[in-house]
Design a protein around this ligand. Structure first.
Ligand code: 13P
Length: 330
């Protein structure tokens, strides 16, 4: 196994997964505002410290995906965040895409930016301590015509270019073509779109000669749309998610991590548990784990409210959720 593949492999240590804490300034501002917390650069730093400063997270987290701003910030312990994570055996990574914008050919669809200055930024992030990277593309399902083959293909091409650049810079790529949960679609439609999206991503990856041994896929689960009125059982989600993955994902990538996508914490935990169980039943070839943002953060943010006095209770809630999500891996 080469060094990059070994790093990717280390993120799948038994019982451990990833915390996605890579909200951009825009997303972090909106996230905090939704909990009634006014934002500033200092409030975003405290938001990161709330989670990273929780004692014991290393039992459940192999890595944390950071936003570039956070690579240069210090925790309340006066240590740079990446160094303090490394000291606890948690691998720091960084989101490297530049966010999305509407596609010119189809304004209901989104295309991810950020390739132009990517080599320079990768070198800088690597020097700042990031070991792995993430690029998120967004695929909308809702509407009879969506997603278009051109939106999937253009996002896949950019994911492949990114993966190649990340590997050249000596960093593990996490490819996240997120099929959105929002919408009124059925679970069957989500499964079809997942299969088509992931199939396209991996065939374009081959055309770009990306080394699959250090590629990590970050994916949504196959879920009925959030506004569909349908509540899937964890077993239904597991069945359709594994079916889509087995049809479209090569067996020799480093592993698969799941995003929570707006599911409630208990829902994301129960669905992961069923997926992990089903994966064992069908002898799925890849290691699997979580890479949640909202489902891991929600309960803690509700308690925190931006107040110092609430930090211990919020951290206890975060640790309790991590313990449940880790246990769901089985
Ligand atoms: P959620 O778990 O909140 O979907 O976030 C994961 C992520 O990394 C989105 O880019």
């Amino acid at each position: 196994m080469n060094d990059l593949a070994a790093t990717a492999h280390s993120l799948f240590a038994p019982g451990k997964g990833l915390l996605a804490a890579d909200e951009s300034v825009h997303t972090a501002t909106a996230r905090l505002a939704s909990y009634g917390i006014a934002t500033s650069a200092e409030m975003r730093r405290q938001y990161r410290d709330l989670f990273f400063g929780t004692e014991g997270i290393e039992q459940y987290l192999s890595g944390i995906i950071l936003f570039s701003e956070t690579l240069l910030e210090k925790g309340n312990d006066k240590e740079l965040f990446p160094a303090s994570l490394v000291a606890r055996g948690i691998v720091p990574g960084v989101k490297v895409d530049g966010g999305t914008e509407p596609m010119s050919s189809s304004s209901a669809e989104l295309i991810t930016q950020g390739l132009l200055d990517l080599p320079e930024r990768l070198a800088a992030y690597h020097a700042q301590g990031a070991v792995f990277t993430k690029w998120r593309a967004v695929i909308r399902i809702d509407g009879d015509q969506l997603p278009s083959a051109s939106a999937i293909h253009e996002n896949a091409k950019r994911l492949a270019s990114y993966a190649k650049e990340a590997q050249s810079a000596g960093m593990v790529p996490i490819l996240e073509p997120e099929v959105l949960y929002e919408g009124k679609h059925s679970r069957a439609r989500a499964r079809t779109v997942l299969t088509e999206t992931l199939g396209t991503v991996f065939s374009v990856l081959d055309e770009h000669a990306v080394d699959r041994a250090s590629v990590i896929l970050k994916t949504a689960m196959a879920l009925s749309g959030k506004e569909s009125g349908k509540k899937d059982t964890p077993e239904e989600v597991a069945e359709d998610t594994l079916a889509a993955l087995r049809e479209s994902v090569p067996s020799d990538i480093a592993g698969i991590v799941f995003l929570s996508g707006g599911q409630a914490p208990d829902q994301a935990t129960a669905n992961l548990e069923a997926i992990a169980r089903r994966a064992r039943e069908v002898s799925a070839p890849w290691p699997l784990t979580f890479s949640y943002a909202r489902a891991l953060q929600e309960e803690a943010l509700e308690l925190w409210k931006g107040e110092e006095a609430n930090v211990p209770a919020a951290r206890a809630a975060f640790l309790a959720r991590l313990k449940k999500v880790s246990a769901a891996l089985g």
